[in-house]
Write a protein that binds this ligand. Structure first.
Ligand code: SAH
Length: 459
């Protein structure tokens, strides 16, 4: 280890920054965040530092660096483009035993400034010892996705309960077990989803009846249309923390591979020639697993609240008193539209967009055609392949031109995405003569014309 990692207290202490440009401003930002009293030495200041000077956030010595400025400083950062000055700052600091960092010059540094993930009071720092700041930044970006934004709040709540928990559990091992349950279970999730008050009440309750913490919970998570890159941070985190994953057909293999390695996987989708697990059984399964104390990730394609029957699943959970949360996601219409270069609305062509299911509960395609068949609006049919003939006929019968453009997007956002373009008159035949693989989405409206110009996804 080339450097000793530590976090340094500089609140209300003098810190010196030599240099007045934008790099200096970035360093000053960090120092101010940590509560330092910053003095900037530079004959001139860039716009950011000049503004902070005007707002009295920093002191300014409008001169060149000279050694006596170093006295009493808690730390020094130099970022001038004059090597002789950088060298002089380094030497003076070392002589006075004051930590010094010369930006982009590891040889002149007695400390390095890490890349940080700031969830104050939680701060994670990454350093490559100056070897590659870019690599440190990439590692930081990965950690950013894994450390929820709510960790700061969680830490503050933990701090507030520290005394009470110590009083309740005199044995340190019991305390540790208690905190482990709180910090990674349903109570932590309450904090992450903005329900701090409820979390505090739950901790109080758990302190009285400590089994309460072992109750499981259900995450109803949208997995997006297929491309794993389109997952949300929260979806990924919950997929990696759940004990059980309950998934269905629409969740892609690549996304399943991102789930926790040792999680139990329960597939409830339709197998070829077989039926899917009935909805009521899925609802009951989720309740049972949560009651067993498990963290259950119910993973669904697209967004759980758009033709995903998410409402029915949480209805049962709410009735049975099981803790749950819903994680929204990119719905197939958004994914298909972006990846096929078909904006769903456009000032020149479409002022409204309607999402509709082409498949009614009883298997018919019986829609309010008068409301759907309008120019200047885009209609996206989910589950519409079976009813495509009826859809095209009815849209024409209710006033749309047979030349109204139609796109069928197969397996949107996946490597097997294909876009078929036609119009209301030709689309049924195009589909009959092609080998179409589900899932598919049908987009009707003038915006489809933009596909040729705007598509960027190779298909
Ligand atoms: N909750 C999902 C929709 C579930 S309904 C969502 O928000 O996207 C299932 C229908 O969604 C499929 O029949 C198909 O019409 C559409 N669909 C889902 N994923 C798709 C994809 N990758 N490409 C095209 N259509 C998709």
């Amino acid at each position: 280890m080339d450097y000793f990692p530590l976090f340094y207290q500089i609140t209300n202490r003098p810190c010196l920054v030599v240099g007045g440009g934008e790099v200096a401003a970035r360093k000053v930002t960090l120092l101010l965040k940590a509560g330092a009293k910053v003095t900037v030495v530079s004959p001139e200041l860039g716009p950011t530092l000049a503004q902070w000077k005007a707002e009295n956030k920093i002191s300014h010595i409008a001169d060149k660096f000279s050694p006596e400025q170093i006295e009493q400083q808690a730390l020094i950062i130099a970022c001038t483009d004059d090597e002789a000055i950088n060298q002089q700052v380094h030497e003076t600091a070392v002589k006075n035993n004051i930590p010094v960092n010369v930006v982009d010059n590891p040889k002149l540094c007695t400390f390095v400034v890490p890349s940080i993930i700031d969830r104050s009071p939680v701060v994670a720092a990454v350093s490559t010892g100056g070897a590659s700041p870019v690599l440190a930044r990439l590692i930081r970006a990965r950690l950013e996705t894994m450390i929820p934004a709510g960790y700061g709040k969680l830490a503050s709540i933990a701090a507030a309960f520290r005394g009470k928990v110590k009083e309740r559990f005199s044995n340190p091992a019991d305390r540790r077990i208690f905190w482990e349950k709180i910090l990674q279970g349903s109570i932590a999730e309450m904090v992450f989803s903005g329900h701090e008050k409820e979390a505090e009440q739950a901790i109080d309750k758990a302190l009285i009846e400590s089994d309460e913490v072992s109750m499981g919970e259900v995450y109803l998570v949208g997995a997006g249309p297929g491309d794993p890159d389109l997952l949300t941070f929260r979806a990924l985190r919950l997929m990696q923390q759940a004990d059980v994953i309950v998934n269905d057909r629409l969740v892609s293999k690549e996304i399943m591979e991102l789930c926790r390695r040792d999680a139990e996987i329960i597939y409830v989708g339709k197998e070829r020639d077989k039926h899917a697990v009935p909805q009521e059984d899925i609802n009951q399964l989720l309740v049972r697993l949560a009651r067993e104390g498990k963290r259950v990730c119910r993973l669904k394609g697209g967004d759980p609240f758009i033709f995903g029957r998410g409402g029915e699943e949480i209805d049962t959970l709410a009735e049975e008193g099981v803790q749950f949360q819903v994680v929204p996601a990119i719905t197939a219409a958004s994914g298909a539209a972006s990846y096929a270069g078909i904006p769903l609305t456009h000032r020149d062509y479409s002022q409204a967009v309607v999402f509709v299911t082409g498949n009614r509960k009883d298997g018919t395609v019986n829609l309010n055609w008068d409301a759907l068949a309008h120019e200047n609006q885009t209609i996206v049919f989910y589950m519409g392949l079976m009813g495509l003939d009826v859809i095209c006929q009815q849209m024409m019968a209710h006033g749309l031109s047979e030349k109204t453009p139609v796109a069928l997007v197969q397996k949107a956002t996946t490597p097997e995405q294909k876009v078929f373009i036609g119009d209301l008159a030709t689309m049924p035949d195009i589909v009959k003569n092609s080998d179409i693989k589900p899932p598919t989405l049908i987009i009707v409206g003038e915006v489809v014309k933009l596909h040729e110009k705007l598509s960027w996804f190779q298909s």
